[in-house]
Design a protein around this ligand. Sequence first.
Ligand code: ADP
Ligand code: MG
Length: 306
Amino acid sequence: MDTFMTIRAYGDNVDEALKSAEEKIKYLESIFSVTIDESDIYKINNSHGSTVEIFPETAEILGEAVKMCEKTDGALDITLYPVLSAWGFTADEFRVPASSEIAGLLEYVDYSEVSVDGQSVTVPEGFQLDFGAIAKGYTSDEIADDLRENGVKSAVINLGGNIRTLGKKPDGSLWKIAVRDPFDTSNDLCVLETGEISVVTSGNYERYFEGDDGQRYWHILDPSDGFPADSGLVSVTVIGESGLYCDALSTALFVMGKDKAVEFWRKNQDFDMILVTDLHEIIYTSGIENSFENLTEMSAEVIDSD
Ligand code: ADP
Ligand code: MG
């Protein structure tokens, strides 16, 4: 998953539980990776339209992923890989593709063409999938379950900034989770006090390159035009029960921008969020009002359900 991962677990049997978690991560990486030969995703991406048999975990994440693509009206699209490759985000060989090249590749981008039937999946010729926007969230949920099954009641899982806690701190108090200030990543924007939860941030400062034109191009693309999502948001943090849900939404809400993200939250209200705009405004939802403290100089506005 191309990132650093840390798991901190407390209690008896921790060594064994951590070992099991590490094996699980390696296993998920081996079936989800776009680059590992013989991974499920590799097989799908080289299937030329034929049906591929996949492992249960791949079927599960794929089913959930397609639902999230639908729910976000395509702001999340797991078939974006051909366009991500053209920008070089998949191999760190960055370039700005011509508009005509992107337009051509967008013919192969449409999550509704992915058909999953049990453990069989079919995508049209030329289509390619990538779980970059959701794999860490899904993995954090799987690791939390795995730790729990191994008797761990208290843990913090940090998969490259995707935070997933298990239970409360060993002394029964709440966890403190810092959210970074996207304009000054050595500083905190706020510190959330919470029990068992997922906290996932997507930002345009995490992976980007500078073009010959001096412009910044980042790794979250708008599937409607194939260009870096320029929605006025600099970072999106999603707080909720499921890592997969939060990870999918952090990417999708970043693409949607402030107004659509607020509308989406009002309609669903099964998560909380913190948006930071390029005008240095913070917008956060009422569910975290009591634990939110603005540690920056930016203005902060709380959003209510109506
Ligand atoms: P990070 O990986 O930095 O935590 P995200 O969870 O937002 O950030 O995922 C970004 C990754 O998802 C990109 O590197 C790319 O592989 C993929 N991606 C970018 N834009 C989209 C999109 N609109 N829909 C689905 N996947 C995307
Ligand atoms: Mg994401």
